[in-house]
Design a binder for this molecule. Structure first.
Ligand code: GSH
Length: 503
């Protein structure tokens, strides 16, 4: 859409006020001020967002939403199957310290016995639209980029951005060329904020009888400093206003200061700066702990161990977090492998999920691994691929021509810590992104995320394996400039967007 200077000014002025009034915001960069450090500072600025909703094929959108319950079932089944997971993780522990540390915690807790059999997943499955270039007129399909099992972000802001785009349409802020295409009934609102909060509330309620006389709460374990505070706050507010559940923000590094375990491993939270009594924590929701950077000190590992040992329901448990390893996505995506069937016995469901996988290869000594090593070390063929470590949180991948040099800088024994994935090449669209006060216009690429909530029972006791809750929980569209390979919003590349569905 063509934007005249006057139109752009009008659009931006309205967009900026609306975003601040509705919490579509982040802490400003780069000072990363916290409220405590600088009470006079500016605390909020518009989050990286697109000016317009982006066009997205309706059939792909609907398929992504429809398949989410199967993905929830799949990943909860993986997290329950410790033996199977062990087989995969064991290949990684000698070459990936972070995975090894997480596994160690699980082993330690298993030894003394888990006291909480419920686990909560607030998942997000990310996709790009793919059109097979070798078939003329091939329909657009979804290909999965990754599956997030920890700190699946932007569910709060996504609910707001879809409302913002609708508002901009309603006040005629868009030029007529755009409003000829963008129609209100083609703009799906994302229910993610409310739906993810309802997921936390369902765990809180399923926790069972209190062990203390304290009031109960949910803990949001967060990074500090954190820019994406408002996205988290929107879930917190919805948890309280729509579900009546109190929650607190616990900076991860304060875990050992502000929480303790009773002898029966009930998790007690003692708010540091309030006169209130302690709380019994029913649910621990991690918005930190997915990156080695969150664990600079040995106390940070002790903190994670304390939370995992506790009676609180973890979102995610260590095993659920490990289920998000890229190696697992690769194993599931391997054609004719028995693994997907193990977890999704229904053939129709399994093949629907299988259709969403792009080709992914291991870099080990298997036949497929040898083939992948050849592809990855040759600059010509490597150009079609992305190399991914087991890491979450964005900014960790190696793209295309940079892969051979990167691999050569590593001892070959470490290559199996990575997987090689064929790049999904979605059609470029046009949009404008507002980031750090600047508007960038041009070609963009979108990535659809679909949230899922799943609450299930682990262990061996009665009803083990039972799935108590399983629902699709709204969507996120993230958009990046088509010149950038990385799309993570938190890592500083993409912007939060909403869909304008097209048939
Ligand atoms: N700590 C931040 C938060 O809690 O919002 C960022 C967490 C984060 O990076 N989450 C990843 C994600 O969803 C999954 S582990 N990233 C989406 C993005 O940055 O675009």
């Amino acid at each position: 859409p063509e934007l005249t200077t006057e139109r752009e000014k009008y659009l931006l002025a309205n967009l900026k006020d609306w975003s601040i009034a509705h919490g579509l915001a982040v802490r400003p960069a780069p000072s990363f001020v916290t409220q405590d450090q600088d009470p006079s500072g500016v605390l909020a600025t518009t989050a990286p967002i697109t000016l317009f909703p982006s066009l997205f094929p309706r059939a792909c959108f609907e398929e992504g939403l429809a398949i989410q319950k199967a993905y929830n079932e799949l990943y909860s089944a993986i997290a329950r199957d410790e033996e199977w997971l062990k087989g995969i993780v064991e290949e990684l522990v000698n070459i990936d310290d972070f995975v090894a540390k997480l596994w160690e915690i699980h082993v330690a807790v298993k030894k003394e016995g888990y006291v909480q059999e419920l686990s909560l997943g607030l998942f997000r499955s990310d996709y790009m639209v793919h059109v097979d270039p070798s078939i003329s007129g091939a329909p657009a399909g979804l290909k999965q980029v990754e599956f997030n099992t920890i700190a699946s972000s932007f569910g709060g802001l996504s609910s707001q951005v879809s409302v913002l785009h609708n508002y901009l349409l309603n006040i005629n802020a868009y030029p007529s060329s755009a409003s000829a295409i963008i129609k209100a009934d083609a703009l799906p609102q994302s229910k993610s904020a409310s739906s993810l909060a309802a997921g936390l509330a369902s765990a809180h309620k399923a926790y069972g009888t209190s062990r203390t006389s304290y009031p109960r709460c949910v803990l949001f374990v967060v990074q500090d400093p954190e820019r994406n505070v408002f996205d988290q706050r929107l879930l917190e507010y919805s948890l309280l206003s729509e579900n009546g559940v109190r929650s607190f923000r616990l900076p991860f590094h304060r875990t050992l200061l502000d929480t303790k375990l009773d002898p029966d491993r009930t998790l007690i939270y003692v708010p540091p700066h309030s006169q209130t009594t302690p709380y019994e924590a029913t649910t621990v929701y991690f918005r930190a702990g997915y990156s080695p950077d969150d664990h600079p000190r040995s106390e940070d590992w002790a903190a994670r161990l304390q939370l995992e040992r506790s009676r609180a329901i973890k979102c995610p448990s260590i095993l659920t977090q490990l289920a998000g390893c890229k190696k697992i996505q690769q194993v599931l995506a391997t054609p004719q492998s028995p693994h997907l069937k193990r977890f999704l016995p229904d053939d129709a469901t399994a093949s629907r999920v299988l259709r969403t996988f792009a080709p992914i290869y291991p870099l080990d000594k298997s036949n497929a691994g040898e083939e992948a090593r050849n592809l990855a070390t040759n600059p010509e063929s490597a150009n079609k691929y992305v190399l991914k470590p087991q890491r979450e949180g964005g900014g960790n991948n190696i793209y295309r021509k940079a892969i051979p040099k990167f691999l050569k800088s590593l001892p070959e024994s470490h290559w199996p810590a990575y997987i090689l994935m064929e790049m999904i090449e979605p059609p470029a669209l046009r949009n404008a992104i507002l980031r750090n006060g600047e508007v960038q216009k041009g070609g963009v690429i979108g990535e659809l995320g679909v949230y899922g909530v799943c609450l299930w029972k682990n262990g061996t006791g009665q009803k083990a394996g039972e799935v108590l809750e399983n629902w699709e929980a709204g969507y996120l569209l993230r958009t990046k400039g088509d010149q950038s390979e990385e799309g993570g919003v938190a890592a500083g590349f993409g912007a939060v967007d909403s869909c304008c569905l097209v048939d």
